[in-house]
Design a protein around this ligand. Structure first.
Ligand code: 0O2
Length: 268
């Protein structure tokens, strides 16, 4: 097939990968804006290379005219999360969306692959708008924890290096590493609520500091410069104490000061 034709075939898949990546990144943003823990940590996307598509078609005896139906992962999205529990939350998020329809799932967490590979895969139908009208394509979404991703990335490069003929001692080490990853994910899940609390409180603190700095900046526009300088050094003093409650109190005081200036400006 000519390269130009490949480009035309892959073009809607490129659009789908870009759109889906933006949509999942936006979910992270929405959680953060609402001061909530995001079950999605990171999103990556790729369009399968022509050589990978051809290799898969050869391996699975897929004729060229069936390529778009049978090679389900031309568009691929990988969603990385922190905890194994997040995987179900993300799958439910996808299931409830009106712009993605789940065609099938492969649960390599329940049915671990012989290699030791663990991940949760969904094949979805997704429609992109092209200059010729809407086109429904398939995309594969892989959902896995950071630890699972670490293992899969290393194993994938070793598979590539040994071209399917991995020496036994390497395969054994990978299998041991896969067991260690299972233990690590379980261990992280057992301290999940503590880790999430720590992350939430550090997120709250950074949002609070952002708000305080913005209030001080706004005061500069309306208040006496010396007074704002005093407020600023008071902020630095409280900031060094690393006490969230004190910071919250200080923020409330700033609101009252700002309110006073607003009232004054209305009165004049
Ligand atoms: P790439 O480079 O990731 O795009 P098959 O391709 O025959 O293995 P199938 O039925 O099409 O499998 O789908 P399956 O099993 O869900 O696997 C598709 C993708 O999952 C693979 O894509 C890998 O990304 C990943 N995967 C599956 N098994 C393993 C494994 O044992 N180790 C690692 N590291 N990844 C795996 P591709 O096509 O290999 O390519």
């Amino acid at each position: 097939m000519e390269i130009q034709l490949w480009r035309r075939i892959l073009c809607p898949y490129e659009l789908a990968v870009r759109e889906l990546t933006v949509k999942f990144e936006h979910i992270i943003k929405e959680y953060k804006l609402n001061d909530l823990y995001s079950p999605i940590e990171q999103v990556r996307g790729r369009v399968k290379s022509v050589s990978s598509i051809l290799e898969k078609m050869q391996r699975k005896h897929i004729p060229l005219e069936r390529m778009e139906e049978e090679v389900e992962d031309i568009a691929g999205i990988r969603i990385i999360c922190q905890f194994e529990e997040d995987i179900d939350t993300i799958a439910a998020l996808i299931q409830n969306r009106s712009d993605m329809t789940i065609k099938s799932e492969k649960n390599y967490l329940k049915h671990i692959k012989q290699s030791g590979y663990r991940s949760y895969h969904l094949i979805i139908y997704y429609t992109v708008e092209t200059i010729n009208g809407p086109k429904e394509i398939q995309a594969e979404i892989q959902i896995r924890t950071m630890a699972m991703n670490f293992w899969a990335t290393i194993e994938h490069s070793l598979q590539y290096k040994y071209k399917g003929e991995m020496p036994l001692h390497v395969a054994e080490r990978l299998s041991n590493a896969a067991d260690a990853i299972i233990a690590l994910d379980q261990e992280m899940s057992s301290v999940r609520s503590e880790i999430m609390d720590a992350q939430n409180s550090s997120m709250n603190q950074s949002n609070l500091i952002k708000d305080i700095l913005m209030s001080i900046e706004n005061l500069y526009k309306v208040a006496n410069k010396r007074e704002v300088e005093k407020i600023q050094s008071e902020f630095l003093r409280i900031f060094q104490m690393r006490d969230l409650q004190q910071l919250e109190r200080f923020h409330r005081q700033l609101d009252i000061i700002a309110e006073g200036y607003r009232a004054q400006s209305v009165a004049f």
